[in-house]
Design a protein. Structure first.
Length: 172
């Protein structure tokens, strides 16, 4: 049983927050309100007409307003990552400058841009598949450093490592 009762609170203050729906009628926000009262007022947003916009809307509507499970955050972030990967965004892109260049993760940057989350927050929920990890094999490494990396990874939870740590381990 939940520690909060929607039915009781509406008797005093009414329905403060509507159930938010996308163009197709999928619930963006308000699953618990709908469970408490199937006739709860709704607000449809016809501009939310793609899976990408749906995931962004879920992040924006829920992230800071309520306690969201880690599993939900992982689902939303990786749902967006999959969409952006399919759209051609890269996990590794070199940006050239007059003094050389630097690498960025376009997928992380795009998710941070559209959701308002920090890049660090995005990375913390992002699957290793969308981090720089799989592209590390392009580095030239000595057998010694590869052996050190394998020993290190056998002792760690691979999901807790970020791509920069792994890249550093390979290069050194």
């Amino acid at each position: 049983m939940s520690e909060y009762d929607h039915k009781k609170s509406t008797k005093i203050v009414g329905q403060l927050y509507p159930i938010l729906l996308d163009k197709a009628g999928n619930t963006i926000d308000g699953v618990h309100r709908r469970q408490a009262d199937p006739n709860w007022r709704t607000e449809r947003h016809p501009e939310i007409d793609t899976e990408e916009k749906f995931f962004v809307a879920r992040c924006v509507a829920n992230w800071h307003r309520r306690q969201v499970s880690k599993e939900e955050k992982i689902e939303w972030i990786n749902g967006l990552a999959k969409i952006y990967s399919e759209q051609g965004y890269k996990t590794r892109k070199t940006v050239k400058t007059d003094t050389g260049g630097y690498r960025i993760n376009e997928i992380v940057n795009k998710i941070a841009e559209v959701t308002g989350l920090t890049e660090q927050t995005v990375r913390s929920y992002l699957s290793p598949a969308y981090k720089l990890m799989y592209e590390i094999i392009t580095f030239s490494v000595s057998l010694t450093s590869l052996h050190v990396l394998v020993r290190f990874l056998n002792k760690k939870d691979i999901n807790s490592l970020d791509s920069y740590t792994i890249g550093y381990l390979i290069i050194t």
